[in-house]
Design a protein around this ligand. Sequence first.
Ligand code: NAD
Length: 258
Amino acid sequence: MEMLKKLFSLEGKVVVITGAAQGIGEEVAKHIAAVGADIVILDRQEEKAQKVADALASEFHCKTMAIGVDVTKPEEVEEALIKADAYMGKLDLLFNNAGIVLHKGVVDVTPDEWLNVINVNLNGIFFVARAFGRYLIDHNKKGAIVNTASMSGIIVNWPQEQASYNTSKAGVVHLTKSLAVEWASKGIRVNCISPGYIYTPLTSFVRQDWQDKWKEDTPMKRMGTPEELAGAVIYLLSDSASYTTGSNLVVDGGFTTV
Ligand SMILES: NC(=O)c1ccc[n+]([C@@H]2O[C@H](COP(=O)([O-])OP(=O)(O)OC[C@H]3O[C@@H](n4cnc5c(N)ncnc54)[C@H](O)[C@@H]3O)[C@@H](O)[C@H]2O)c1
């Protein structure tokens, strides 16, 4: 057990998580709290985020806070980190996860819709990572960042048309590698996870025939659960991954291998 703790414990760490008011962020936040961390949630759904923060505090006896933040607004992100640092005493790790999807073909997507997806999924990840990296550098601290990309960053999903999403996630994979190289000498590791089809509020509303096709095309013949991403995120945030940076950990039931 001591070895397990040494490998994967996040005890004493303060972890900032974006997009944890629901879905993958919420579930992964529970597991991160369960391995000993205190949690800061940044999400544009402030009330929902506060409820999740309160539930984590009462279940895991950890310190939590929630701040209403739109990740596409760099000033809001920077202010939130200052507020979080003041309340929590320090910040150590980041799970940079907020994102949206749009199922619309290229011919029909409007310029505003395209810009919105790129803004949340790519610029948002950049603004939060940059603010967090600057915080660590300014405080002379080492740390780790895990961005949520997607298997859509390396393959094109079908039958849904979602070029804006796919493009934004490909950008997240390469941004992750670029940040990893820029910040390696500063002791800041940057990795990403690329989930396959995961059953969350983002995917559960999608028409049933598409969900059936997704399962059929996945070698494991099912969608994943948010819980099945928690180990990957904790690994990449923890000291177990001390020599891992710039990697893209694909968790997709085998989807991208066929
Ligand atoms: N569900 C999947 O199948 C799947 C697969 C691959 C990748 N992902 C990625 O995982 C991440 C989480 O997805 P999910 O399925 O949990 O979705 P979700 O819709 O359940 O949760 C997304 C969260 O992000 C927040 N958010 C969205 N835009 C924001 C903004 N501008 N500022 C602040 N917060 C914002 C939402 O309020 C919500 O709480 C996303 O980046 C998504 O692209 C999901």
